[in-house]
Design a protein around this ligand. Structure first.
Ligand code: TMP
Ligand code: ASP
Length: 256
């Protein structure tokens, strides 16, 4: 399709060199993995929908003064973003017990938490992204104390904003994962929210029915992944026209 240089291929996205120095094209694939890629599959049209959902949320966050890597969506599957060095941490914010925390601590899924919990995992596939403490981050120099403070404060702000966005469309934000990156400018290093925010990286439950509207449908073999991702996009008002009423087949056809 093009002669641009591929920089990196991850499990759900490919990064290409952008048109200007300091920019990257982020391409959203339909590939889905779980359990550190032990389970592999594909969710038809996921890349198109995640591109739209992430664009929408990053736009709101930027508008609320949160610096992000997002510049603009360029087509159905791609967005232009600022080039960053990813801080090797996955920041998980939880409002309701679920997933690995429920398993680890024996707390029933769906138990509301009295306050939001911020967890840190080391971003290292070979180690299975282990849970770590702030002390590890500082002792091993994965982020400075100022960066860690900024990351935690921003993650909690993102939680407040996103909880509101999703409550307004009948969805409970159970938990989500963020990544941050260092962007080098003439004025120094700026910490930016990076990667994506989508049903791949969040748990969304319908407030009324508690139905899961996220990647847990794939992880847990529940079926209905395409419909769930489309439902989130539809409620946010960003479902691509091609996807309306055709169960994702149309989205697949237009992907590039
Ligand atoms: P967990 O309960 O499996 O630790 O997941 C917490 C949140 O982080 C959940 O919303 C899904 C998201 N997540 C990712 O985005 N990437 C991952 O690799 C994992 C394990 C979780
Ligand atoms: N993205 C992760 C992986 O494959 C896991 C997940 O989202 O559950 O490995």
């Amino acid at each position: 399709m093009s002669r641009r240089r591929q920089i990196y291929e991850g499990k759900a996205k490919i990064l290409y060199e952008g048109p200007e120095p300091g920019t990257i094209i982020q391409y959203f694939k339909d590939d889905a993995t779980a359990f550190n890629a032990q389970k592999k599959g594909s969710i038809s049209g996921k890349g198109v929908i995640n591109n739209r959902i992430s664009e929408h949320i990053y736009g709101i966050l930027e508008g609320m003064g949160i610096p992000t890597h997002f510049i603009k969506r360029v087509n159905m599957r791609e967005q232009l973003v600022k080039k960053v060095d990813i801080v090797p941490l996955e920041i998980i914010v939880r409002n309701v017990a679920a997933g690995s925390m429920s398993k680890r601590l024996g707390i029933e899924e769906g138990t509301p938490l009295s306050r939001a919990i911020v967890e840190f995992c080391l971003k290292d596939d070979a180690l299975g992204d282990p849970l770590i403490a702030e002390e590890h981050v500082l002792a091993f120099g994965w982020a400075s104390e100022e960066e860690l403070d900024e990351i935690t404060a921003t993650a909690l702000r993102v939680n407040d904003i996103m909880s509101g966005i999703f409550a307004a469309i009948g969805i409970k934000l159970i938990d989500f994962k963020l990544e941050f990156g260092r962007h080098y400018t003439d004025d120094g290093i700026e910490l930016l929210l990076a990667d994506e925010i989508s049903p791949d990286s969040c748990r969304f439950w319908d407030i009324k029915t508690m139905e899961k509207l996220d990647k847990d449908r794939f992880r847990r073999d529940l079926g209905g992944e395409v419909e769930a991702y489309q439902e989130v996009a539809r409620r946010l008002g960003v479902l691509p026209e091609e996807a309306e009423g055709n169960n994702g087949a149309g989205i697949k056809a237009v992907g590039k």
